[in-house]
Design a protein around this ligand. Sequence first.
Ligand code: PLP
Length: 444
Amino acid sequence: MEHFFDLYRQKTQLSKDLFERSKRVMPGGISHNVHYFPPYPFFIKGAKGSKIRDVDGNEYIDLWMGHYTHILGHHPEIIAKAIEKQSTEGFHWGIVFEKQVEWAELIQELIPCAEMVRFCCSGTEATMYAARLARGYTGKNIILKMAGGWHGASSDLSVGIKMPYEREESLGLFPELQRYTKAIPYNDIPGSLEAIHQNRKDLAGIILEPVIGEGGFVPAAMDYLKMLRSETEKCGALLIFDEVITGFRMSLGGAQERFGILPDLTTLGKIMGGGFPAGALAGKREILEATSPEKKGKKWEKILIGGGTFSSHPFTVAAGLAMLHHLKDYKEEVYPFLETKGEEVRKGLREVFDNEGANAIVTGIGSLFQIHFPFQKGVALNSPQSINQLSDTEKREVEFRIRMLTKGVHVMHGGGGLSIAHTDKDIETIIRAAREAAREMADG
Ligand SMILES: Cc1ncc(COP(=O)(O)O)c(C=O)c1O
């Protein structure tokens, strides 16, 4: 048993007990696979600002921030107030209401491609609907996605997520899925062009995160995005940006605003719900209108998008409205702050690893960053493929994570997402912890 597990175990006895209890009722003790890590995850007790506290009383600087949701920090006052107010107005009606319209109007105003919006409860639903809408609207079948791209667990897009990116991800999916959902290499123009040309006749759409989470938050190269935009236009397919992470984070209008490329459809989630379950499909009016249940003429043809008992739940709408209004009102402060702090962290970490002689690469953009441990020096990491082939992801996911936790920093995939609640002192602590972890790892 490695030493870094020992210290973690000593500090997290109550979490260990809870995990044992948890495993008796939930497979693997969790309800989202990303919540598990060896030897066992710590259990959270409370959170405020940039800090979280576990059941054993340990405090951590959080970089996971509720799956990159809490851009204002944990438990911001404005969201708490909005929820308090909503709890006096009503919990759940299953009937349309005015705030829902206001929320959609705000998204329409902020996200460049969002001429219309459909709400759902999660990013997974949003991307599933995006794939269905692309097929329904174009009358074609094939969806190309990025090798390593994660769009939630919907069956339609559960192909090519893990290495070697060649097949469906799970038992229980239709074998035909591989004929209709295929992975292409992120940031690789010749490789992607070849796949697009092979599939162009039946190509319904291409979906990608413009800053890919599994790929170290490395942004798609501008030439790559331009190529995808022009090729999809040429073959009558839809370009879909999955902005579940990047929406309202890369800039107020997401990565599409920052990079100046307009997709046909966009999926949103996380930040837009202010910490409550949220998802949305947004895009061009003509495409979204194909999902309207209103009868048009004699023929009633529609693409079914929009189940969800809790879709645009009043609490989510109240929290989401408070969040988006705040981001809009304070955008001149929020985004430059996140940009500066993100750069500071990346620069500080690079210096630390250089000084320690550690073979580590820091990737990311804006408020997002990840640390990787390549097997060899001098490699370039610009895609999920390169990260998984050329760096030691096991070391990042287990040893580095546990070492950082024992120093009071909660990382995800070797890094995470900053919020406006992260202070200069937090950043110093993160960098100091990484330095100590690098030293310990070098000592073995
Ligand atoms: C890029 C991206 N798309 C979609 C999803 C799925 O969203 P949800 O977990 O809300 O279903 C995620 C979740 O992490 C994501 O990162």
